[in-house]
Design a protein around this ligand. Structure first.
Ligand SMILES: [Mn+2]
Length: 328
């Protein structure tokens, strides 16, 4: 298991709540059809979130997928992340994009940040615990592929401490939860005994909260917009704050300063309006040639549209060849 070598240097006292930061997907190249300077934009957004957390005395909690690629991250980017995180401190879990293997290993960039004391990984066995507004608060979590528990054993906390009452417990996950508006869910939200607030990453758009018994399930979505989709056109990048007020969590979304969708993404190349409409093949080809995106987004969209005509094994083979080229 990846653990920190030393204690974080930041303050963990005087905090009054939590700030949940969803799926930043930091990377050193342009994703999809974005036309801005993505690596700088996403790091600036993270800086905004961490500055806000510090000013508001909130503990930053990452919901997984801090990185887009588990490895191959530029050194300058890791140094910048260390600077940002060491100043504020943070806890969190890892997502599917943070680890190349089923569990986080020393080969993954996130392990470096954890080891350096920039980010404390939380789990069922090793939750974060501290006092907020006179209440003991616990933050536990289930990283990608880790089981979401049915209860949290509060007896481990609250006994032999200054606190008489049960702690307030928040849980973070990075899972395919079966929520209204999300089709790839694998399990339904349920009450988790002794957990008041569950915040899930992994799903990149904000979904309505679901209440199961005493557990509120919330899905804030990603702080970045990576694909030129209709869902992203509607999505407002935001963090979720949970203040500890009179022994309860009070939640509220906080919008992160961001550019309008049309300034972030290349416009789709539309077929010419006069005379004959070019075929999908021609307009797709045109878009691919015009938008030489670093991630090959144009190529992949073009292939996806065209390959429906081909038998599945042939389509799969062409796609796998394209992916090999993209990875080089
Ligand atoms: Mn993600």
């Amino acid at each position: 298991m990846v653990e920190s070598l030393r204690k974080q240097k930041h303050q963990t006292t005087g905090l009054t709540g939590l700030l949940f930061i969803g799926d930043p997907h930091v990377e050193n190249r342009q994703p999809g059809f974005r036309k801005d300077d993505y690596p700088q934009v996403i790091l600036d957004k993270l800086k905004w979130c961490l500055d806000y957390a510090r000013q508001e005395k909130l503990l930053p909690v990452f919901l997984g997928d801090l990185f887009e690629k588990p490895r191959e991250n530029s050194n300058w980017m890791l140094v910048r992340l260390m600077d940002l995180l060491l100043e504020t401190g943070a806890v969190g879990i890892y997502g599917n994009h943070d680890c190349a293997d089923p569990v986080l290993s020393d080969r993954d960039s996130l392990a470096l940040l954890v080891r350096a004391g920039c980010l404390q990984l939380v789990s069922a066995e090793n939750p974060w615990s501290g006092e907020m507004n006179g209440v003991q608060v616990v933050v536990g979590g289930s990283s990608y592929r880790q089981e979401v528990p049915r209860e949290f054993p509060v007896d481990r906390f609250g006994q032999g401490t200054l606190f008489d009452d049960k702690p307030l417990v928040a849980w973070v996950t990075h899972h395919d939860v079966d929520l209204p508006g999300y089709d790839a869910g694998r399990f339904r939200p349920r009450e988790i005994e002794n957990v008041q607030l569950l915040v899930n990453g992994h799903i990149h758009r904000r979904l309505d909260p679901v209440v199961e018994g005493q557990t509120h399930w919330m899905t804030p979505g990603s702080i970045s917009r990576r694909s030129r989709s209709e869902a992203n056109r509607q999505h407002v990048p935001a963090v979720l704050r949970a203040d500890v007020v009179e022994g309860k969590f009070e939640t509220q979304y906080v919008e992160i300063p961001h550019q309008p969708f049309d300034e972030v993404f290349h416009a789709a190349v539309l077929p010419a309006g006069d005379g004959e409409q070019p075929s999908d093949f021609i307009s797709g080809l045109k878009e691919m040639l015009l938008r030489k995106t670093e991630s090959g987004a144009g190529l992949f969209r073009f292939l996806e549209e065209q390959l429906v005509e081909f038998p599945q094994p042939v389509a799969d083979e062409i796609m796998s060849l394209a992916k090999q080229v993209e990875d080089e």
